[in-house]
Design a protein around this ligand. Structure first.
Ligand SMILES: *Cc1c(COP(=O)(O)O)cnc(C)c1O
Length: 424
């Protein structure tokens, strides 16, 4: 039996036990039997561990960790973080409803995004969220008007664009000048003055978010320095901020990346803000959930070819879009080790697109019907899934010790077209 090197796996609660992959105390074969495949499987202990790392790194500071809901918005996941006292970073009215349904507190919600509608503003003001992270001059005016109609004052932070290069994938870098996010640093002062003059706004803070899957703390520290300079220039004009929101973006290990530990990532930032009275706020998504989850899939067919062998699995790009979208690398591990010679496989789904792959050129000792775990799939997995090819979306399960909780049932085909009608 070739025993896998478990220390190489990025999920802390994943083990090999008697030749079988086990998450916490549960064998993944049992989960596949009970719930079928494809299924997203998350470890509660890994979620809690990731959150605790943030909490420990911020101990002794006035700080709020607002989980970025778009990374994984399942109510089960949100409820775990809500119970730990997390705040939430949302980007739509729908995400706000999810947070509230999961027991999250509106008073700890920050609302990001460049396209907030009037209806979303009314909804968030009605719920009493903590802050709107405003991304343009036009949004500032609209928010003031909507708050005026409701007879309330909207708490605002301006999301500024510090123009630093996060050195990550261009699709997930958000803090450079040519980007649709945030307001230009040079315009920030004038916009704050405008916000201060608007009667239905209350200036609460400043926000920035420079990108995702950051592996180097230096760009964030540079952004923090720039933001602090702005905070001081604002104070000199009589505009005092209560909080500074430094966004999310801390990267995780998918393959051989070496992201800093949360404490090491935060140390240079915290040094920048040492002795400051403002509350700090962070919006981590990927670093809280990415390595707490995996996608469990079964091999339908093995298809040897002249140039390549294919392992055709029952999960596809509609379930996990990251490989097709970003050419992202996810580790693929057989759930039960086999004593056969490994071969090189393209791990692909059944969808009619050449881009429908989960992994290229992997050495796997597998047979038809075997289960595979696609690792590091907890973030931007299920939330980016679709129904392409009329494929019902996967089930989702949270493992807690020896228990498995089905936190989302597998979709049925009937549900997929329940809202449609043939022409009479
Ligand atoms: C996506 C996003 C986050 C979370 O990013 P991660 O890389 O998942 O930590 C935080 N804040 C904002 C504004 C975002 O758009």
């Amino acid at each position: 039996m070739n025993t896998p090197d478990t220390s190489a796996w990025p999920t802390p609660t994943l083990h090999a036990r008697k030749g079988q992959l086990t998450l916490e105390e549960l064998a993944l074969t049992d989960i596949a039997e009970r719930f079928g495949t494809p299924t997203y499987v998350y470890s509660r202990a890994a979620l809690v561990g990731a959150f605790d790392a943030w909490r420990a790194a911020l101990a002794g500071r006035r700080a709020l960790v607002c989980y970025a809901v778009k990374a994984n918005s399942n109510l089960g996941i949100l409820s775990v973080f809500a119970r730990l006292g997390a705040g939430f970073d949302i980007v739509s009215g729908g995400e706000l409803e999810r947070v509230l349904a999961a027991g999250g507190s509106a008073a700890k919600v920050v609302f990001s995004g460049v396209g907030k509608t009037r209806a979303e503003m009314r909804q968030a003001l009605g719920a009493g969220i903590r802050c709107f992270n405003v991304e343009s001059a036009a949004e500032l005016e609209r928010l003031d008007a909507v708050a005026g109609e409701l007879g309330v004052r909207a708490p605002v932070a301006l999301r500024v664009n510090p123009d630093v290069d996060p050195k990550t994938h261009p699709y997930i870098s958000t803090g450079l000048k040519g980007n649709k996010f945030g307001v230009a640093f040079a315009d920030a002062l004038a916009l704050y003055r405008r916000a201060a003059a608007l009667p239905h706004l209350r200036i609460s803070g400043v926000a920035c978010h420079i990108g995702s899957q950051l592996l180097d703390p230096a760009p964030m520290a540079e952004a923090a320095q720039k933001v602090l300079g702005l905070v001081d220039r604002l104070a000199a004009q009589g505009i005092r901020l209560e909080h500074i929101d430094l966004g999310g973006g801390l990267g995780i290990r998918y393959r051989d990346e070496t992201p800093p530990a949360v404490a090491d990532y935060l140390a240079p930032l915290l040094a920048v803000f040492a002795g400051r009275p403002e509350e700090l706020c962070f919006e981590p998504g990927r670093s809280l959930v990415g390595n707490a989850g995996l996608l469990l899939t079964r091999i339908e067919y093995l298809k040897p070819g002249e140039e390549k062998n294919f392992a055709i699995v029952d999960a596809a790009m509609n379930d996990l879009a990251r490989p097709a979208l970003y050419d992202a690398w996810h580790d693929v591990v057989p759930v039960v080790a086999r004593d056969i010679a490994p071969q090189r496989y393209e791990v692909v789904g059944p969808i009619c697109e050449s881009g429908d792959f989960l992994a290229h050129d992997r050495r796997l000792a597998v047979a038809e019907g075997d289960l595979l775990a696609i690792l590091s799939a907890g973030a931007y997995g299920m939330t980016m899934s679709s129904n392409y090819n009329t494929r019902p979306r996967a089930a989702e399960v949270i493992v807690d010790g020896a228990s498995a909780h089905l936190v989302r049932e597998r979709e049925t085909v009937a549900e997929l077209f329940a809202a449609e009608k043939p022409l009479a």
